[in-house]
Design a protein around this ligand. Structure first.
Ligand SMILES: Nc1ncnc2c1ncn2[C@@H]1O[C@H](COP(=O)(O)OP(=O)(O)OP(=O)(O)O)[C@@H](O)[C@H]1O
Ligand SMILES: [Mg+2]
Length: 356
C-alpha cells in the first residue's frame, strides 16, 4: 500500500553508530527480509521505520510522504514485536480488536474481522484467554493477528515465528504470505532463519554491523554472494582462501588448492586480487574415488559421515588444506565413503571465486 524509502539513515546510541548511513528502497507491496547476526541493527531499523526511535540523520518516506518526523500513531503501520508486547489485561479477542477500535471501525465489522484473524492464526478456541494463560507460540500468533487485522500501509515483523514449533512455523509462513499478498501490504520481516528468509522474501537484505552487505533476491544471494560474509550467512558455504592466477579471460579463474590447479568462475563486480576466496556450497561438490586423478578435483580424506535420509553429509579434510563439507543428495551419490577413506572432491568449473 506504500513503498518505503530509507535514505542514508543514521542511528546512534551514546555515540555508537548502530545504523551507519543505511539506504534501502522497498517497492509497494513487496516482502523484504532483514537477515543478519544478533546485534547488527535489525530491530533498530524496524523501530526507526515505525517511529519509535528518532533518527540521527537521513530520511524516511512512505511513497512520496516524508515520515521522518511523523509520530508512530500517524504512520499507519502494523508491528509484531520480538517480545510480542500484548496487553496483559486484555483477552485475545480484545488484543486483536484494539487497532480496529482505535480506528473507529463499526462493531459488527470488528467482530467479523477479529474472528477471521484469530481463525487464520489457529486460535479460535482461545479467543477469551489472557496472554498470561498462553504459551509463547500462542502469544506470538496473537501478536501476528493483531498486526494483520488492521491491514496497515506497512507491516513490520520482528522474528514473528521464532517461538513456534517447526510445523507451525512453516504453516504460518503461508498464512502470513496469503494475508499480506491479499491486502497488498508492504512488509519488512526480520528473521534469524535463513530458510524462512529464502522461502518468503521477494528480496533479502543481509546486514552487517549497521550496513547492508548485499540486497538481492533469494536466488541472487544464494547463487552470487558478493563476499564471504554473505556467502557464509545465506546457506552454508565452504569459504576457502585460494591463490588465483592473474586473469586470462574476464570470466575464468584458475586457482590452486591442495597442490592442484583448478578452474572456476570469477564472480562479483570488482576483481583485481590474486588472492581469491573460493565459495562452494556443500551440495555443489561431489565425491570421487581417490584414483585416477580427475580434473578439477582435489584429494582428501573423510573425517565424518552423517546419514540424514534425503542426503548424506561428509566432513572432508582436504590434503594440505582446510576441512570442508560435502552433501550428496539421495540418488545422486557416486560413492559412499566412510571415515578414514581417501577420496577426491570434485569442484565444478562453475565454482565461484570472489575477491578477498
Ligand atoms: N535502546 C538502546 N540503547 C543502547 N543501545 C542499543 C539500544 N537498542 C539497541 N542497542 C544496540 O544496538 C545494536 C543493535 O541492536 P538491535 O536490537 O537492532 O540488534 P538486532 O539485529 O535486532 O539483534 P537480535 O538479532 O539479537 O535481535 C546492539 O549492539 C544493541 O546493543
Ligand atoms: Mg532484534
Amino acid at each position: 500500500m506504500a513503498s518505503i524509502s530509507i535514505e542514508n539513515i543514521i542511528k546512534e546510541f551514546s555515540g555508537n553508530k548502530v545504523l551507519a548511513d543505511l539506504s534501502l528502497h522497498i517497492p509497494d507491496g513487496a516482502f523484504y527480509t532483514l537477515l543478519g547476526p544478533s546485534g547488527c541493527g535489525k530491530t533498530t531499523l524496524l523501530r526507526c521505520i515505525a517511529g519509535f526511535y528518532e533518527t540521527d540523520g537521513g530520511r524516511l518516506l512512505f511513497d512520496a510522504d516524508d515520515m521522518t518526523h511523523v509520530p508512530t500513531h500517524r504512520r499507519d503501520i502494523g508491528m509484531v514485536f520480538q517480545d510480542y508486547a500484548l496487553f496483559p489485561d486484555k483477552t485475545v479477542f480484545d488484543n486483536v480488536a484494539y487497532g480496529l477500535r482505535a480506528r473507529g471501525v463499526a462493531k459488527p465489522e470488528i467482530k467479523q474481522r477479529v474472528k477471521q484473524a484469530i481463525e487464520s492464526v489457529g486460535l479460535s478456541n482461545l479467543a477469551e484467554r489472557y496472554p498470561a494463560q498462553m504459551s509463547g507460540g500462542q502469544r506470538q500468533r496473537v501478536a501476528l493477528a493483531r498486526a494483520l487485522v488492521i491491514r496497515p500501509r506497512v507491516l513490520l515483523m520482528d522474528e514473528p515465528l521464532s517461538n513456534l514449533d517447526a510445523k507451525m512455523r512453516t504453516q504460518m509462513r503461508d498464512v502470513i504470505l496469503d494475508l499480506v499478498q491479499e491486502a497488498h501490504i508492504t512488509t519488512v520481516f526480520v528473521t534469524h532463519d535463513q530458510e524462512e528468509a529464502l522461502a518468503m522474501s521477494d528480496k533479502i537484505a543481509i546486514m552487517d554491523r549497521g550496513r547492508i552487505a548485499q540486497l538481492g533476491t533469494p536466488e541472487d544471494l544464494y547463487g552470487m554472494p558478493v563476499n564471504a560474509y554473505v556467502a557464509d550467512f545465506i546457506g552454508s558455504a565452504n569459504v576457502i582462501p585460494v591463490p588465483v592466477e592473474p586473469a586470462q579471460t574476464p570470466a575464468t579463474a584458475y586457482y590452486k588448492l591442495s597442490g592442484r590447479r583448478l578452474e572456476g568462475v570469477r564472480a562479483g563486480e570488482r576483481f583485481d586480487a590474486d588472492n581469491g576466496i573460493l565459495v562452494a556450497r556443500p551440495e555443489e561438490l561431489s565425491l570421487l574415488a581417490p584414483d585416477p586423478v580427475a580434473p578439477n578435483a582435489v584429494p582428501g580424506s573423510v573425517l565424518r559421515r552423517q546419514y540424514l535420509g534425503f542426503k548424506t553429509t561428509y566432513r572432508i579434510r582436504l590434503q594440505d588444506g582446510p576441512e570442508i563439507r560435502v552433501d550428496q543428495g539421495k540418488g545422486h551419490q557416486t560413492i559412499d565413503p566412510h571415515p578414514g577413506d581417501s577420496v577426491q572432491v570434485l569442484f565444478p568449473a562453475q565454482s565461484r571465486i570472489i575477491s578477498a
